[in-house]
Design a protein around this ligand. Structure first.
Ligand code: ZN
Length: 230
């Protein structure tokens, strides 16, 4: 394999003031750093590409231009009454932070299948991907990630079985989540509070959010109320 995944640590994250929150929301923050060409095995280097108006990895031997694109994170908000299923991270970055189950979408999966799989892996809760409703699309350009969140409401509390990446898994209401350790609330600002309000009223919206490079900078959101059929 010619693409070496390394921690982005000092190359992309360093400018983020609220780094810990951003890492926790984005689950992991590895960025693929390319060292060798996967066509010929020679070394690659960053070069300016005029027609794309950006730098890309270019093979120093065969000239192949290697394209990189953002990665997709899928997440699922599983609710029972006014509580949602939360995981407390066992690993850095963001150890100890609470967030709904989330992880990278795999090739060959739909967004909903990925969200259901991650939920099962992290919490032991099995959900039907076909029953998931879209909740939000969150741009996180600072770390080249797109987070797509879904939601599903269950009638009874399921049996929980925390996966290896979680210290703890439980259902919490808005005010049971410790403020300091709730990455989503700090990052998603009003969208987080609105979600819990909507959970109580069962009057949901779909959110389109952009998270900027640091807390309070470059944040924007729009939300679209879902009209119920009469
Ligand atoms: Zn090459």
């Amino acid at each position: 394999m010619s693409i070496l995944a390394e921690s982005v640590g000092d190359i992309g994250i360093v400018r983020l003031n609220d780094e810990k929150s951003l890492n926790a929301i984005s689950v992991r923050y590895d960025r693929a750093l390319m060292k060798y060409c996967n066509e010929c095995g020679a070394a690659v280097a960053r070069r300016w590409i005029d027609q794309d108006e950006r730098e890309r990895y270019v093979c120093l031997s065969c000239g192949t231009v290697h394209y990189e694109n953002p990665r997709v994170i899928v997440s699922c908000i599983v609710s029972v009454g006014d509580k949602i299923l939360m995981c407390r991270r066992a690993e850095e970055p963001g150890r100890g932070q609470w967030a709904p189950p989330a992880g990278f979408l795999e090739c060959g999966e739909t967004l909903q299948q990925g969200a259901a799989r991650e939920t099962c892996e992290e919490t032991g809760v099995t959900i039907d991907p076909d029953r998931l409703d879209l909740s939000g699309v969150i741009n996180i350009p600072g770390i080249d990630q797109i987070l797509v969140t879904f939601r599903i409401d269950l009638e009874t509390l399921p049996v929980l079985r925390p996966g290896g990446e979680c210290l703890e898994v439980t259902f919490l209401s808005e005010h049971e989540v410790p403020e300091r350790d709730f990455a989503w609330r700090r990052l998603l600002g009003p969208a987080s509070a609105r979600f819990f309000n909507e959970l109580r009223s069962r009057d949901f919206s779909i959110n389109l959010i952009t998270v900027g490079p640091s807390a309070g900078v470059g944040f924007s959101e729009r939300y679209y109320k879902i009209q119920r059929r009469r």
